[in-house]
Structures are given as structure tokens and as C-alpha cells.
Design a protein around this ligand. Structure first.
Ligand code: FES
Length: 135
């Protein structure tokens, strides 16, 4: 194998390995145009986090980080390869169990391999109901 063939072979291999990750990252982005009810404040207060799934909004992870602010809402689908992130209250970060990517409460990547932030949603509370929509 000459040098040109080797470089082409490596390039195709790299493309083949990154393509599924890229597709997973792009396909997980969901837009919620109108406010969607995703849970109740009573359930969130009991557990401090709540994973909800619905046809209209996909997966939404609600986390009550402080007692005064509205809950944080994210699409828990890790933009690296699609595993579901968890909220780690001790570290105050979202952590992916698959390859240990980490994200701040506002979704920014603080530890690779993920390179793209989590999708964050706006939240509002009306009575006992919690609503989310895209920001
Ligand atoms: S799927 Fe989350 S870090 Fe790889």
C-alpha cells in the first residue's frame, strides 16, 4: 500500500467512525414551539428530578436545582452518541454514563467527548403544572 492509498484508507475509516455520532447528534434536536405540559411540581419536588416522555415533546429531564428558580429542563439525549445523561446533584452537572461527557446546568459541555451542548428548554410553572418550550 502506497502513502496515498494509506491516507485515503485512514480518511474513509475516520469518516465512517464519526458519521454515526454526527447523525445521532443532529437528529436528537427537537423543537417545541408551543408550551407543552411535561409534569407536575409535586412530582418534581418529591424527587428533585423528573424524566418525562411524550409524543409532542420527546424526552425532557426536569431538574430542580434551587428552591427559588424554575426547574431546568433539557433533552437528556447526549449529543455524543445518544445515551441519556443524568443529573449529578453533588457535582451540579449533567453526566453521561456512556463516555463520561459532562455538561453544566445550562447544557454547556465541560468534558468531552461530547462537543455539542445539550438542548435546553425554557420552563414555566402554572399552578402545579410545569411547561417547557424551545428557547
Ligand atoms: S454518548 Fe454521552 S459521552 Fe458518549
Amino acid at each position: 500500500m502506497n502513502r496515498r492509498d494509506f491516507i485515503s484508507w485512514v480518511g474513509v475509516g475516520a469518516l465512517a467512525s464519526f458519521l454515526p455520532v454526527t447523525i445521532a447528534a443532529c437528529s436528537s434536536r427537537r423543537v417545541i414551539k408551543d408550551w407543552q405540559k411535561v409534569g407536575s411540581k409535586a412530582n418534581l419536588d418529591a424527587n428533585k428530578q423528573l424524566l418525562q416522555e411524550g409524543a409532542a415533546f420527546g424526552k425532557v429531564l426536569l431538574v430542580q436545582i434551587s428552591n427559588t428558580d424554575n426547574p431546568v429542563a433539557v433533552d437528556p439525549t447526549c449529543p455524543h452518541a445518544g445515551c441519556a445523561v443524568d443529573w449529578n446533584s453533588d457535582r451540579q452537572k449533567f453526566v453521561c454514563p456512556c463516555h463520561q461527557s459532562e455538561f453544566t446546568a445550562d447544557g454547556q459541555v465541560t468534558r468531552a467527548p461530547a462537543r455539542v451542548p445539550l438542548t435546553i428548554y425554557a420552563t414555566k410553572i402554572e399552578g402545579d403544572d410545569i411547561f417547557v418550550k424551545s428557547v
